[in-house]
Ligand binder design. Structure first.
Ligand code: ZN
Length: 456
């Protein structure tokens, strides 16, 4: 990678907003220098920001986006009926399909302004549960999609042991997820030993799926496998699940996890949707990230995370696109705030001190996102990875705005179509609003979708 010199009329740095500033990206994809002035030969942009991380994705679910909006039979439609449809769809996916879908999803994320993603990867085996020759075949497929799309990547292989808290065996579509502690360790080690073949900013974390699917020994194992994290877990997405955990384990999921595991800044709790204020206070004090997926949580009818109480306790959040029904960063942040406004019937709820609401939300997505993916990024500062996003401020609602108003205008008055350029660890993969390999990645995705449709 050649050294790049970037100039922006407005730049959000770790030291605050700078006007007419430059940033030098070195050949390792890190920021080498940040300062005021316009060096000769610099590429010019209107607005340059640190790019957020998308901390929670199941990439293959993008392929069923928009196909689950009809009521199933005469029954009430909810998360569990959506999940049945998703499992049925899994029967048709082979490794090539999974790689092509992942590359498309990562490309869409980059074009939306995300520089990195954490893939919560639970699809491990062949149809019926037989392992591939390399037990980590499908993990390697997603890693290879990430190398192709150029996204910054944290792989989170999922330990999924049983179908419910009573240890019910896996069945049907779930057989593709299941691992014992031994087989999961082998899978993890296969990914770990292949990591040097990928860019230096790729990381390996781990994900015990949920308290429904993993027991105490399983969670302990995952904690041991990655001493520096990250560790992600689905925690309290559905009220039925919270009740089931309370009944079986004697405490609600968040409380149980905080009491039984060394939860700290390595951890990211996905969908802490159903939590009382004391759980939120303790979670905030643990320094773990609350991973919120506002669009998916709305689509699935999960409920509303109490982000107001959590941020009043100085809890740190990050955002994810989860089911990938939409890949839209500004919309995730807008919905995070709007869900609170609707809940509490007040305005401008997620903010602190002098920061505007848009700035506060954006700081969560960049700084919280970097922590959740164990990525040395999320800020424009010498030494950090160059995860950057540039915006068009001329022909958009951003025109004439400066400082935090730019973020407010992007999040509340515009959308991701104003993203012009994105760098992931210095890889300049979105240029003039398009991913550099969009046509190739998109046509591979389209042919997978055509084949899948003909199989139905
Ligand atoms: Zn999820």
């Amino acid at each position: 990678m050649n050294e790049q010199v970037l100039f922006a009329k407005q730049m959000l740095t770790a030291a605050g907003w700078l006007q007419n500033a430059f940033a030098v990206v070195n050949s390792e994809g890190r920021l080498q220098e940040v300062g005021i002035g316009e060096p000769t030969g610099a590429r010019c942009f209107d607005v340059l920001l640190p790019a957020p991380a998308n901390i929670h994705s199941h990439s293959f679910q993008r392929a069923i986006a928009g196909l689950t909006e009809r009521r199933e039979g005469r029954s009430e439609d909810n998360f569990w009926s959506w999940r049945r449809l998703m499992y049925k769809f899994l029967d048709h996916l082979d490794p090539e399909d999974i790689e092509a879908i992942a590359a498309q999803v990562q490309m869409e994320m980059l074009e939306a302004g995300y520089a990195s993603v954490g893939e919560f990867h639970y699809l491990h085996h062949q149809l019926g549960g037989t392992p591939y020759e390399d037990p980590a075949e499908l993990s390697h497929r997603i890693l290879s999609a990430a190398k192709d799309s150029g996204i910054g990547y944290t792989h989170l292989p999922v330990l999924y042991m049983h179908a419910g808290l009573a240890g019910e065996p896996l069945a049907g579509g779930q057989l593709r997820f299941g691992c014992t502690l031994e087989s999961f360790t082998r899978l993890f080690e296969s990914v770990d030993s292949a990591l040097p073949n990928y860019p230096g900013d790729f990381h390996l974390g781990v994900a015990p799926h949920s308290l429904r699917a993993v027991d105490y020994e399983g969670i302990l194992l995952t904690d041991k496998l990655v001493s520096n994290g990250p560790i992600h877990i689905h925690i309290a997405e559905q009220t039925a699940e919270v009740e089931e955990v309370r009944h079986s384990l004697g405490a609600t999921p968040i409380r149980w996890l905080l009491e039984h595991m060394p939860v700290d800044r390595r951890w990211c709790l996905i969908h802490a949707t159903h939590a009382d204020e004391s759980e939120l206070r303790q979670l905030a004090a643990s320094k773990a990230i609350a991973g919120i997926c506002p669009i998916t949580e709305a689509n699935l009818g999960d409920g509303i995370f109490n982000a107001v109480a959590f941020s009043e306790s100085n809890g740190r959040m990050a955002i994810g696109s989860d089911s990938n029904v939409r890949i839209a960063m500004a919309e995730e942040l807008r919905l995070l705030e709007y869900s609170q406004r609707l809940r509490f019937r007040r305005r401008v709820l997620l903010t602190s001190g002098e920061l505007s609401c848009g700035r506060f939300l954006y700081d969560q997505a960049t700084l919280g996102g970097a922590q959740a993916l164990a990525r040395d990024a999320g800020r424009i500062e010498t030494g950090a990875l160059a995860d950057l996003v540039a915006l068009d401020a001329e022909n958009t609602p951003l025109h004439g705005r400066c400082g935090d108003e730019l973020l407010d205008a992007w999040i509340f008055a515009s959308d991701d179509s104003i993203v012009t350029d994105v760098w992931a660890a210095g890889r300049h993969v979105v240029q003039d609003g398009r991913h550099i390999n969009r046509d190739r990645i998109h046509s591979a995705f389209n042919s997978v979708m055509e084949n899948l449709r003909s199989e139905h």
